[in-house]
Design a protein around this ligand. Sequence first.
Ligand SMILES: *Cc1c(COP(=O)(O)O)cnc(C)c1O
Length: 468
Amino acid sequence: MQYISTRGQAPALNFDEVLLSGLARDGGLYVPETWPQFTADDIREMRGLPYDELATKIMYPFVEGSIPKDDFANLVAEAYAGFEHDAVLPMKQLDSNSWMMELFHGPTLAFKDVALQLLGRLFDYVLKKRNERVLIVGATSGDTGSAAIEACRDRDCIDIFILHPHERTSDVQRRQMTTVLSSNVSNIALRGSFDDCQDIVKALFNDMNFRDQYNLSAVNSINWARIMAQIVYYFYAGILVGAPDRAITFSVPTGNFGNIFAAYAAHKMGLPVDQLIVGSNSNDILTRFLQDNDMSMLEVEPSLSPSMDIQVSSNFERLLFDLLDRDGEKVEEVMNTFRSTGKMPLDTSKWELATRLFTGHRLSDEETLGAIGAIHQSTGELVDPHTAVGIIAGWTQRLEPASPLVCMATAHPAKFPDAVEQATNIRPPLPSRLADLFEREEKYIVLDNTVSAIQAEIKKHNRAGTQN
Ligand SMILES: *Cc1c(COP(=O)(O)O)cnc(C)c1O
């Protein structure tokens, strides 16, 4: 498979190169040149496959030419062997025609594990083959750092440094990162804010000497391989509730538009879909777009569903590319206007095209708490604030009641115990494998908010650096 950039200027790349490079050189995102196709009969034959076998089947066309099939099947099997449930991603029924698929049984209890557990192994495999190493650096407000750390721990060709704001994450969030004692993992608690952490990471990437010397890389949400890994569970869920003989409605709590874009990709590959519902919190740029063609940036407001506290949904550019008939120049023009004016100009005809498949729905924090309580009352399930937004969006916006609705449950309720307790008076306990989190040894270093302090720390520990 070859990949092309949404801005049309960067060279087409194969899977290896797209995996390692992330963003395209023209500022665009990579997408597959064509969508692999599965017919209704192909999909029928997938019924009953275990998750890893289905995953290998769905994803193999994307990596073909870069990774031999047996090797790929092994990487996939290993990635999902660490999930706590035999189904990997179990499905629970909510009412007579709606379900939730629990994407949070990986090591950090959030759906990012589904993609990142595979991504870390793919990186390592490809790097070994090329005899290269990378240094991953990232900043986290506490929420997503642990998924990156769990993805990279103990990988031979990867070192990872994650910066978090000192004393500004929750204890659970910090401990999920700092109790990973692997020698290739470094946690830095920065004396500063999350924005300071992000600024330092940007400065490291902008220091070209440093960047080249240490072969800096990132595992951010625009990496194509993350989308690829997420496509699988739309097929998995769809098949469980009747695809290809019934068309499915999916509802997804959305931030960067990565997860819901994977649903769109599954549809492009042959999965029958009636409707894709985007759940937003008060940071509702996508819902405003889908309701009124108003894609305009506002200030980010903190909410009860912090992983969706995003104003610019970077993966939206991949949908935009298709809406604009895969014309890279037009995408570039629209994105430049969006950056400079804060508002995306999109013709009504293109917006209507998007709304044929996509619908948006917004919940305030108060409505989110009400939703957690109502879902608990009617189903007995405790759900986290992100999942609650998705379920209510699905229940409210499904147009065709006969269409099976699958809501994506993106975090374990114990990751957001305060909100769940406030809504239900029940404090969800951590699952047993994390029950001793507070007794585990921690390893991290507290550093001043300067680029030189961070660079010195990286120099001290990094294996790529000492070899150069
Ligand atoms: C990252 C995240 C989301 C948003 O996913 P996108 O792919 O950015 O749309 C939703 N819920 C949880 C719990 C997350 O961690």
